[in-house]
Design a protein around this ligand. Structure first.
Ligand code: KIV
Ligand code: ZN
Length: 523
């Protein structure tokens, strides 16, 4: 199992939040958000960042190439199908990196061979040709056998051998549909290491999806059997039920050193900050009981647990909150708290702000403090999310709102800026939210459809802020918008308008059929 690395206990962390994660419906990030997330991943010690799928759209290409230009330590990787055009475009984007990687893939299972219309031998030839081409461009080439788990074992050995002979340096064995179980995940890696000539010269990677809730277990089982690269995403973001969660595999390796004698380069104290940021920019809230980064992951509600933890923290805690960067005290801030206190509190919560950003957040903080007596950590996290999602440079901005509601009916009056021109509308609706959304549609007619509308109370009490997330779809593009406010209706309209801004940006950047989510699986 030596696999091309001197330290056989090192497990490489390959993060694909910006590619597989961003592929989940609604998780679109802007160019600047992608750059920011890439920098956070680089800072936390991620070995390889899969920054996007350069052929998929102009926007993806630009994001990958800008991330490549800015990366400091991480290898920057782009995805490409098994054809020259994809591979050349990928190389054009990643070649700016200090350490570039081309990742090329093809579906090897009978089902996927059917889609690509290649028989076994034709596919072998295609793999040889495309990996050789990639290797002529770049020294670091990763090859993936998409749907490897459902590929006939003998054929899997043949395709892997072909890719190694053609020069691939990393071989990825994806469980594309989240179908495998830990024992099988381990057996396949062990089989490949044992049977495939040259297997000891490459690094084997595991890439698991979470359809059966097994992604973390399957990835760790593959590592136990000899894989030395885990492909994962922050918060387990990804298509359908998501990918292996970075924070889970990294903390499992750290906490269970006795059973998993491996190391990663991840600075685990950065986990919470990046988890919050990815949740904000993707619009995907983290479920309360999510392992490691969920709001309740370190909460002890029952009397027995609280008593135990107070006497000896190890009674019910297998890791410390500080290990993942939680230093919050949950002491309330209020309207008398100053700028320095706010900055220090936000730093504790994992937000590093430049002076101009702090000024903007401070104004919003004071406005919130005027309406809400005590401001808790969760209020500040919601406030940060809101200030990132809704800014005063947006094309559409909510300026003023009045809603009359009661048993006699609902009516809303709204003033908005559309490209800096003030417009207003007065509409009725089936409830206050419907009335105010009707105003937006009157001011800014659109074919976008609302797919999801969700409200959460940030803290307890009737003065709590509400965070509202909406998901909208237009021409096959799906985006999310979110906002927070003590006024639920105001938060709703800001989230709705935020989603419309995102749709507008995306429609300018990509033709519908050039979008990564609709790119076809053709060669
Ligand atoms: O799940 C998968 O098979 C993938 C490949 C493109 C690596 O994401
Ligand atoms: Zn995947």
């Amino acid at each position: 199992m030596a696999q091309n690395m001197t330290d056989n206990s090192r497990v490489l962390i390959f993060d694909t939040t910006l590619r597989d994660g961003e592929q989940s419906p609604g998780a679109t990030m802007t160019h600047d958000e992608k750059l920011e997330i890439a920098q956070l991943l680089d800072d936390m010690g991620v070995d390889v960042i899969e920054a996007g799928f350069p052929i998929a759209s102009e926007g993806d290409f630009e994001a990958v190439s800008d991330i490549a230009k800015n990366a400091r330590n991480s290898v920057i990787c782009g995805l490409s199908r098994a054809n020259y055009k994809d591979i050349d475009r990928c190389w054009e984007a990643v070649r700016h990196a200090k350490r570039p990687r081309i990742h090329t893939f093809i579906g090897t299972s009978p089902l996927h061979r059917g889609i690509t219309n290649l028989d076994q031998d034709e596919m072998i030839a295609r793999i040889h040709e495309t990996v050789t081409h990639a290797r002529n461009l770049c020294e670091d080439v990763q090859w993936s056998a998409m749907d490897a788990i459902r590929t006939e074992r003998d054929y899997l050995c043949r395709v892997v051998e072909t890719a190694i002979k053609a020069g691939a340096t990393t071989i990825n064995i994806p469980d594309t549909v989240g179908y495998t179980l830990p024992q099988e995940s381990a057996d396949i890696i062990a089989m490949l290491l044992e049977k495939v000539p040259g297997a000891d010269q490459v690094i084997f990677a595991t890439h698991c999806h979470n359809d059966l809730g097994m992604a973390t277990a399957n990835a760790l089982a593959a590592v136990s059997a000899g894989a030395r690269q885990i492909e994962c995403t922050i918060n387990g973001l990804g298509e359908r039920a998501g990918n292996t969660a970075l924070e889970e595999v990294v903390m499992a390796i750290k906490v269970r050193k006795d059973l998993m004698p491996f190391t990663t380069r991840i600075d685990t104290t950065k986990i919470m900050g990046i988890s919050r940021r990815v949740s904000q920019v993707s619009g995907f809230p983290v479920q309360f009981n999510k392992a490691i980064v969920g709001k309740n992951a370190f909460l002890h509600e029952s009397g027995i647990h609280q008593d135990g933890v107070l006497k000896n923290v190890e009674t019910f805690e297998i890791m410390k909150p500080a290990d993942i960067g939680i230093t919050e005290t949950n002491i309330a801030m209020g309207k008398h708290s100053g700028r320095a206190a706010l900055r220090s509190k936000l730093q504790d919560l994992g937000f590093e702000l430049a002076d101009n950003q702090l000024n903007d957040v401070f104004v919003r903080f004071k406005a919130l403090a005027d309406r809400k007596k005590e401001i808790y950590d969760d209020d500040l996290i919601a406030l940060m999310s809101d200030s990132a999602a809704n800014t005063d440079t947006d094309y559409l901005q909510v300026k003023w709102l009045r809603v009359v509601c009661g048993s006699d009916g609902q009516e809303a009056e709204l003033k908005m800026l559309v490209d800096n021109v003030e417009k207003s509308a007065k509409c009725e609706g089936d409830g206050p939210v419907d009335a105010v959304f009707n105003c937006v549609k009157t001011i800014y007619p659109t074919t976008a459809r609302l797919k999801l509308y969700q409200v959460h109370a940030v803290t307890e009490g009737t003065d709590a802020q509400a965070t509202v997330s909406v998901r909208m779809e237009e021409d096959g593009r799906i985006v999310t918008g979110s906002a927070a406010d003590t006024d639920t209706i105001l938060a709703s309209v800001k989230a709705y308008v935020g989603a419309l801004n995102r749709l507008r940006v995306r429609s300018q950047k990509t033709a519908p059929d050039a979008d990564v989510k609709s790119i076809s699986y053709k060669l």
